[in-house]
Design a protein. Sequence first.
Lengths: 212, 184
Amino acid sequence: MNVKQNDHMENEVTPESSDTYRKTGFISKDKKRITNLDLIYSTTIGVLGGIISSLIPFSLIIKVWYPFLGGTQLVSGHHVIWASIIYGLTKKKTNIIITMVTKGLLEFLFGDPWGLLILFVNLMEALFLAGGFWLMERLGEGETKLGWAIAGGLGNFFQAPFFWIINQRWYLHWTLWVLAFIFAFISGILIVGLLGRAIKNSLIKAGVPTTF
Amino acid sequence: METRNFYILVTSVLIGVIIFWLMVIAFTELNIDPFEDPNKITIEGDGTSISVSLSVSELISGKYDLVEDKTYHIKNRYDTEYDIIYSGISLWSIIEVENLIIHPSSELEFRFYGRDGYTSPKFLNLSIAEINPDLVILAYEENGVPLLGEGPLRSIMDQSVMPPDEYSSQYSVQKLYLIIINIV
């Protein structure tokens, strides 16, 4: 017993190499742990997204050239871009959910016609985006443009069928259904994935601290 | 070019081609001109003497009867009833001022068409609009706010003028661009 204790003490006093040391501060914690900076980023960006999603009618841009229902899906990615930016800065999927829930709450408080359902929609988008990033990381595309594009596409896609089914738009021509879903996916690719990645890179280059 | 990039390019081109043809089918099947002025509405059909196209600014110029801030009772097919305040132009006053019909209204029927491909479920007898000129309107404002996403015009019919088993919400056609008036 004594021998073992002595061995243990000896190991602590004389490290094997100069790189072995005890980490202190927040980096000593589990890397998945949410930091204050994560929460500040998530809520700030969530509030920003909530205000912009509620008050700025981006869909009007599309109606100039595409009058049919479903065309506005081409700009629908702006609702989810905040979640991809936050993931780029923090690399934590929990932050995607915090950001989108914050955004959903803001939209609800701004009087979204969907009421509390908008919170569920935001949560759904967050889960699918997180799932998209998880899948891309497993496929080795976690940091590539392709990976971000597909993850963004998946994140933005599933709200479209959800809304169209809830709205019972059965009366619309089948091409409008297919086009709306394709537009939703493309918007996810371009706005959530590629634009989100570009903004994330610019923010990091500008010196915004990351938490991963 | 790397094989991976080649595949991405091929997939993108393929999706582009699919979208192009789907849009061609949508535009031709729904018979909508994408370059048409969205601020205009056309009234035509075999029940009208002429086809007339009017812009929103012409409609609200005072030439036709305006109905301002009137509460409309709407009912949907789930039997949910609610009230909304609309401002708009009386459909009957447009027909009267433009001298659009030569037959009695009871021998004519009308239907609303939206630019998004939606049409009101059935043709309704035009006498409804004649008897209730304030309750069948082309709305341009909802609660004092111009109809942006749903407009610029939306057909509105009060539930009190609807035939039995018809719901006013289904005749509230957003992005209204065409009204067909036919002989019954």
